[in-house]
Design a protein around this ligand. Structure first.
Ligand SMILES: C[S@@+](CC[C@H](N)C(=O)[O-])C[C@H]1O[C@@H](n2cnc3c(N)ncnc32)[C@H](O)[C@@H]1O
Length: 259
């Protein structure tokens, strides 16, 4: 997928953060020179253009845009802070404050942020195989500012790595994380999921494979957790021992207990 990056109309200089973003991502730089994004896109024969805005990178497609925002995670954490309502992910994972949590499918990072908030003495590592998604989310997280200190802190402790989880899982030692989590693109998407629609264009849609789940069981100390549609046959295909969900929720979690 060809993507280029540029500045806003108001700026032509490349600041140090943007330069670092270009260096580490290898994404080609297209000087703005007061051109429209559509013109840059056509001239570079790119599918999308990333604009380096003050609050972080924004990926523009011809008809939509994608940028990091923590809105869903904020709502989920606020439900706990205001009403003591425990998030289903936290409950299913049995998260404890010093847990090491590996999110193998980072996406927009909502689940990773919730996990990070509940592991203040642990660590969340998020893997994302799509280069544009990982870079937009990584830098969006890094530059995110909020007067809600608890949210900013949870976001900025997350370590984002651009790689395929199949490669990463092979490289790390047994029992390196307490929880290993997967939330792949669903085999049958829930079309109303507004939160994910800007992400779909760049996302990796491959199904999880059994070898990946075996590797996850090797490196997890407590549980491997998979999110899918409640009625999905993926849970049995991937050898989940238990499926946890509620009848009024289309989404459920498959769990494999370790040890
Ligand atoms: C449904 S989204 C995850 C949403 C995320 N849980 C959230 O809260 O925002 C799935 C993401 O996993 C990524 N993905 C799929 N297969 C992957 C793989 N093999 N390695 C790393 N990331 C992968 C996709 O590109 C997509 O961004």
């Amino acid at each position: 997928m060809q993507i280029v990056a540029t500045t806003t109309q108001a700026r032509n200089d490349i600041g140090s953060d943007f330069q670092q973003f270009l260096d580490e991502s290898g994404i080609e730089y297209a000087p703005r020179q007061r051109k429209s994004l559509e013109k840059i896109r056509r001239e570079s024969q790119a599918e999308g253009v990333i604009v380096w805005e003050r609050s972080g990178p924004v990926l523009y497609w011809p008809e939509s845009k994608f940028f990091f925002h923590p809105s869903m995670a904020k709502v989920r954490i606020a439900l706990y802070r205001k009403k003591g309502q425990v998030d289903p992910l936290v409950e299913v994972c049995g998260l404890e404050e010093d847990d090491l949590f590996l999110d193998c499918t980072l996406g927009l990072g909502a689940d990773a942020i919730v996990a990070s908030y509940f592991t203040p003495r642990g660590q969340v590592v998020g893997l994302e195989s799509s280069l544009p998604i990982s870079q937009v989310v990584k830098w969006g997280m890094r530059l995110y500012e909020s007067d809600m200190f608890w949210l900013q802190e949870a976001i900025q402790r997350i370590k984002v790595i651009n790689c395929d989880h199949r490669t990463y899982l092979h490289q790390i030692a047994d029992k390196s994380f307490d929880l290993v989590y997967f939330d792949p693109m669903f085999r049958e998407p829930i079309l109303k999921s507004q939160a994910l629609s800007p992400l779909r264009k760049a996302a990796n849609n491959n199904p999880l494979d059994l070898e990946t789940i075996q590797q996850a069981c090797r490196i997890a100390r407590k549980r491997v957790v998979i999110k899918e549609r409640r009625d999905s046959s993926e849970f049995s295909r991937l050898n989940c021992e238990e499926v946890i969900g509620s009848p009024n929720n289309k989404i459920a979690f498959g769990v494999i207990h370790i040890g």
